[in-house]
Design a protein. Structure first.
Length: 292
């Protein structure tokens, strides 16, 4: 039976969720003092694990966190936890916290970092959702408002949470954030792409966004398909005037956006470029599965 399992470095093995306990003094809980990665498996193995581990270390360096676990230890923890969960395919959340310590901001007082691997059965949006697309809302929330480098994937996600709350309250399904200059940066848990004709555009890293792993893959697919690719500043009015808009993330893959608030994107249906890229992304996953 598919199941959820959690690996804890403090125990050294995967356990059931009810047995997965960490200290209330863990800094990941107290301050969001942690880094993490989210991924899915294909053919029983984590997709683009090398890139995810590289970004994990980049994020850790950004907050001055030295990860004491080797990449082989992390790979083994993921594989073992997925195997014991018994899922055909899994959602994987990899977390490294700075560890427990006294209630104080001084990081020198923390104990050993904690490694957590959460594995759950993979649940993708229904095919109907991909076929119709979702409703997103552009919100005036700046992810970098707290002064944290937006390229760091830390446990402090409050700006994104508040942005998504705002979007849901307005009847949308996802939020698209702007930076302080009023430019599009990213969605709540995704990167943003727009299409004009056969030109595919996405905000550049200087817009204050996380360099998504799936974003990188999709950029490669865009170029391989022969579409024109650009990364640079995108204003909300440009996004609203696009022929097509889609989001990319490690779990959902390529998710079409067919409405921005009350207004349709293009003709209000999933466009031909998005469909073509989704087909290429499905082929990419199928090739990974075959290789595994």
């Amino acid at each position: 039976m598919p199941a959820t399992k959690v690996y804890l470095s403090t125990l050294g093995r995967p356990v059931d969720p009810a047995d997965a306990k960490i200290s209330v003094f863990d800094r990941g809980f107290l301050y969001g003092d942690s880094v993490y990665e989210t991924m899915r498996t294909v053919g029983g193995r984590a997709v683009e694990l090398e890139r995810h581990l590289a970004r994990l270390h980049h994020s850790a360096e950004g907050i001055g966190l030295q990860i004491p676990f080797s990449e082989d230890e992390i790979r083994s923890a993921i594989a073992r936890t997925h195997g014991e969960a018994g899922n055909e395919e899994s959602y994987v959340r990899l977390v490294v916290t700075r560890g427990a310590g006294p209630i104080a901001l001084d990081t020198r007082l923390s104990e050993s970092p904690t490694l957590v691997v959460i594995v759950q059965p993979l649940q993708l949006p229904a095919k109907e959702v991909y076929a119709r697309g979702i409703v997103a809302l552009v919100v005036a929330v700046d992810k970098a408002g707290a002064g944290l480098d937006p390229g760091i994937k830390s446990g402090n996600y409050l700006s994104n949470i508040l942005a998504l709350r705002t979007a849901i309250a307005a009847g949308a399904e996802d939020a698209i954030l702007c930076n302080r200059r009023g430019e599009i940066s990213e969605a709540a848990t995704s990167n943003v792409f727009m299409v004009s004709g056969t030109r595919v555009r996405t905000p550049h890293l200087g817009a204050g966004l996380l360099a998504g792993i799936t974003r990188q893959v999709v950029v490669e697919l865009v170029k391989a398909a022969g579409f024109t690719f650009e990364d640079g500043p995108i204003r909300p009015e440009e996004l609203r005037a696009a022929d097509e808009v889609f989001l990319t993330s490690s779990v959902r893959g390529i998710m079409p956006v067919t409405r921005l608030g009350d207004a349709p994107v293009g003709e209000g249906v999933v466009g031909p470029v998005t469909r073509a890229l989704r087909a290429r992304y499905d082929d990419y996953l199928a090739a990974l599965a075959a290789a595994h």
